[in-house]
Design a protein around this ligand. Sequence first.
Ligand SMILES: *[C@@H]1O[C@H](CO)[C@@H](O)[C@H](O)[C@H]1NC(C)=O
Ligand SMILES: *[C@@H]1O[C@H](CO)[C@@H](O)[C@H](O)[C@H]1NC(C)=O
Ligand SMILES: *[C@@H]1O[C@H](CO)[C@@H](O)[C@H](O)[C@H]1NC(C)=O
Length: 414
Amino acid sequence: MRRGAWGAAAAVAAAALLQQIAARDTANATDPRIRIVGRGLANDAGGWVFDWPNSFLVSTHGAETVTASVSSNGWARLRVVAYSSTGGFTDGRWGPSAVVNVAPGTGEYVLVAGLGDDKLGGPLAAPAAEDVTILVSKMNEADYNEHHETDARVTLHSFSLPGGGEIVPVADVPGLPRSDRRIEFIGDSITAAYGVAGLAPCTARPWQQEAGRSHAALTCAALSAQCHVQAWSGRGLVMNYESEEPGTHMPEIERRVWGSVLDSPEWDFSSWVPHAVWVNLGTNDQCCGRKWPLPSFEPTLAALLLNITKRYAVAGHSPVPIFAAFGPVASSYGPQVQAAVKAANANGALAVAVDQTAIFPGGPGRVGCSGHPSTAGQFAMAQQAATSIGNATGWAVGPIDGDNPVGALLRWST
Ligand SMILES: *[C@@H]1O[C@H](CO)[C@@H](O)[C@H](O)[C@H]1NC(C)=O
Ligand SMILES: *[C@@H]1O[C@H](CO)[C@@H](O)[C@H](O)[C@H]1NC(C)=O
Ligand SMILES: *[C@@H]1O[C@H](CO)[C@@H](O)[C@H](O)[C@H]1NC(C)=O
């Protein structure tokens, strides 16, 4: 072939490539077509900056590949769960899932690939032209088990479809959280699902944490509710697990937009008013052979319950129901939780103490790694939480492992 023809062919190929790049549908994370659940803030470029386990819903039509452009200060893990409303790929249910590891720095990560080629696509392959909705959720807590806050924020800049197709407004598919149902969880490693993906005996590893298997996510699935979860392994109400690492305590951290940022702005509580709040703090306070009770524990918990009550107070409405749980990893803080609930209620809170100490002996396989609840343990905790919150809100309690992303995660994930 003559040189000129090569040049012409290259020019044609380059033009086609440019056209493909220009044609690729891209949506900023904060684009109205995308739905975000969780605490975070938009940046000037339309990206979403967060560190707590946030979730993103993206619906596509005729997509080949879905990518996310992500910057991260630390490592992060994203769970992707897919649903196909047009059938074949997932049999019209929430289906396969995959894990994407995000490294520090900036990169474009493939979330779902080869949708048009069922020989190539692996577990997330679907025929082209299907309507596919994916849920992308951060699996790990703000800054995994860290004793000191080090900025571990993640920026999800945008979602793209490099192989064609379009991003459409989030489809009305089953099992999505309802925007009119909101539940907030505040806790430690138990709520952050530290060590959930294993069975005792084992030592918890970062990859064994998954927010999607926490009783928080499971409870919200049973109640079709949106979840906000502020939970940090090793932190307590007035003392943290490692006494030689004073760090900050949960009453300060739980107010932050970004848990891992010491001077984080305070979250705008009016932007997301929960219908119920579930608190489980005390396991780290009472640890390590400390003389128990710590005198400040009970009054601080009562103050936290009152702070929560005040921040969500709506004139003419009864106070937000708060559930102050204790157990299942430790039980010695139960009496203080009960006393704090009583004190807060005497000052206008609507709190109840919930005993979860029977969870571990209550069934087999409920202990995961490093003494923390396994998936079965979290499941049992969630059944109790969903019953309590359903009772307080009047919401029907559905199956935790029904046709929703959490149910698919429990059925399909490894
Ligand atoms: C993303 O947001 C920025 C800032 O609002 C805007 O200039 C840009 O066009 C957006 N990009 C897309 C793909 O919508
Ligand atoms: C309660 O709120 C006040 C005012 O923001 C704050 O100073 C205090 O530390 C909070 N206490 C707890 C336990 O949340
Ligand atoms: C249901 O709520 C009522 C108060 O509205 C309470 O008295 C009762 O104990 C609750 N039951 C359960 C199972 O939580």
